[in-house]
Design a protein around this ligand. Sequence first.
Ligand code: WTA
Length: 670
Amino acid sequence: MKKHNHQQAKRPTTDKRSNHQAKRPAVSYIIKRNGAYWPSKEMKKIANISDPKIYEKAAKDPIKFWGKLAEEGISWEKKWDKTYVEKLPYFEWFKGGKLNFCINCVDRHLDQPNKTALIWIPEPINEKPIKITYGELHNKVSKFANVLKQNGIEKGDVVSIYLPMVPQALIAMLACTRIGAIHSVVFSAFSADALKTRIIDGKAKILITSDGYYRKGKPEDLLKKAKKAAKRTTVKKIIVVSRIGKKVRGRKFLNFDEELEKADDYCEPEMMKSEDTMFLLYTSGTTGKPKGVIHDTGGYATQAYWTCKWNFDLHPEDVMWCTADIGWITGHTYAMYGPLLTGATTLIYEGGPTFPNPGRWWKIIQDYKVNVFYTAPTAIRLFMKENPSWIKKHDLSSLKILGSVGEPIDKKSWMWYLEKIGGSRCPIIDTWWQTETGGTVINTLPGIGPFVPTISGKSFPGTEHVIVNEKGNPVKKGESGFLAQKSPFAPGMLHGVHNNHKKYVDTYWKKFKTMYDTSDGAHIENNLIRITGRTDDVMKVAGHRLATAEVENAIHDNKKVGDCAVVPMPDKMKGQVPIAFVVLKKSKPSEKLEKKLIKYVDKKIGPTARPKKIFFVDDLPKTRSGKIMRRILRALLINEKPEGLSTLINPDSVEKIKTIINQKIPTSNK
Ligand code: WTA
C-alpha cells in the first residue's frame, strides 16, 4: 500500500521560544498594578499573544480571523470552500475542508520523533511512570487503529471508551480519530447504568475499558460495571486494558496491549470533512437524561489548538498538566488533544490527589518540571486544608501559568492559588466554558491581562458574549443577566445533540433564537465578565456537572418515595452538593432509609451524585400548575427569605420544611 508521508504535513508556526525554565528559574510572570495583576515584561516577551488590539482586529471580521487561525494552526488535506455557513440552529465551519485529526496531533510532529508526547504517572509510588514519544505514539495509535478496523469498526461507527487515566485512553481516542470512528468517552466513576444508557444512545459496537485502576492505594474494579453495562446492547467486543492483573476470559473479550502488539503498524489516516463528527460526549442538562453533545473535527481542532497556545501560552517545549479526567470535556481538550495539537508534552496522573500524602501533586510538578497547571477550584480548596509544608517542600519554579475551570472560583481560593502554588509569580487564567463549547471561550489572556480574582475576563478573540434579560435584550451596564453567545459561533461549539434535534433546539436556541443560551448567569465589571453560576437545574459538584433531575429520577426508583426534589446547596469543599427533599408514600422516615437512598443514588449514577443529606418532608412547595419550586428550597437551605410564596398552592409547606432543615442543620453551620 502506498504510504502517505504525513510527516510533511505543515507544522504549527514556530514560536517565540520560551527558555524561561532553563535560563531563569522562578521568573515572575506577573506584576501588581492598581490592585490588579498584569503580565510582567518577561511574560509579554515570551507570550504567543501580547497585543491587546487582537480583540478589535478579530471583532472586525471574526470569520476571516478564524479562517486565518485555522490555516495557520491546523494541517489540512484540502482547504475549505466556505469559512462559515450559518443556518440556525446549525452552523458549519470550514465547509468543504478535509483533514485528519490524528495527523494534526501526532504525524505532523514526527520530525522530532523522540520528543515526549505523554508522561503518565501511575498512582502506586513503586510503579514507574511511562513516557511516550511522538514516534512511539504514532506507532501505537496506528496499531490500535488497525485493531479497531479488524474488529469491524468503520468510519462513522461509535466506540465507547470507559477508561481511567491510563495511556491507553489517549491511544484509543486518537486511534478512533485516525480512522474516522466517533468516540464516546464515559467517566470511569460513572455507574454501569450510566454507561449503558450512553452505549445504547450511541449504538456503540465496541467498548474499550480496563480491568480496574488504582485509587487511594487500592485496586478498584472497573470491568464488573463495564460487563454489566454492555449486556444486551450493540456492543460486540470488549477490549480490556490489563491494569490490576485480573484474569479476563470469554469470547467477547480482547486484551488491549496484546492485540495492539500483534497489529500492523501502518494505518492510513481517513480524511474527514471538517464538519464530520469526531466525538460524542454526554452531559447533564435539565432533564434526567444526559444528552450526547456532538463535536466536529476541523472547528474543534482549531479552537483546541489556539486556546492552548493563547490561554496557556503553550510552547512546544512546555509540559502541561491538566488534572481533569478524560471523562469530561476538560480532559478531552486540555489533558489530551490541545497539548498534542501544539506539539507540547502532556502529563496525566492516574490516581487520587492526596495519595500517598498531600504532597503528591506538588512533587509531580517538581519532578516533571510542569510549566502549565490547570485544575478546578474544588481541588484547590482540598489542598487549602492541608499543611502548607507539603507545598513548601517542593520546587514549583517551573510553573509559568495556572488555570482554573469548572465552577466560579472565590477570591480566597484564587489568592491562595496565586500565592502558594504560583509563588505570586504566575497568572491565574480563569477559563469559562462548557462541554458544549468544546474549548474555552471566556478568559483573560496571559500576555494581555488583567488577572482579577473571581473575574473570568473577555470573550476569546473572534467570539462575543452578551449579558441579556429574559427577552434577550442587553441588561444595563453592571447588571446581572443571562450569558449568551452571539454569531458567528465559536468554531469549537457543539453541532447538535445526538439523536435529538428537538433537545438541541429547546436547550440552546429556544430562549434567544439567534443567540446561543449558555444557561449561565453573569455580569460585567470594568468591561470584564464575571460568571455567577448556572441559571438552570444543573449543579456543579466538585466541578462535575450533574442535573438535579438525574438524582431525582434515581430516588424515584424507590417504591416508598412519593415525591422528591433535589437542589444544590453551597459547600465549602465541593462548591455545591445535592440535597434531597423526599415525601414518602406511607413509610416512616428513618436514618436507615436515608442511607439506603443515598447508597442507591451512588450505585445508579456514581459517587458525585450522592445527596449530602435527605430531608423527609410532608409536602413540597408547588405552584398551581404542580411545578415544584426548587428556588424556594434553595433559599431555605442557605437561610435566605424565600420569594414567590404567593404563587404556591401550599405555602404552609415552607415553614414546616424550614423547621425540619433547622433541626438537622443548625443555622450556624450553613
Ligand atoms: C461552569 C466544564 C465559573 C458553568 C468546562 C458552565 C464555570 C459549566 C467556569 C459547564 C468558570 C465552567 N467559572 N463557572 N471558570 N467554568 N463553569 O460542561 O456553570 O462540565 O456552564 O464544562 O461549568 O460545565 P461542563
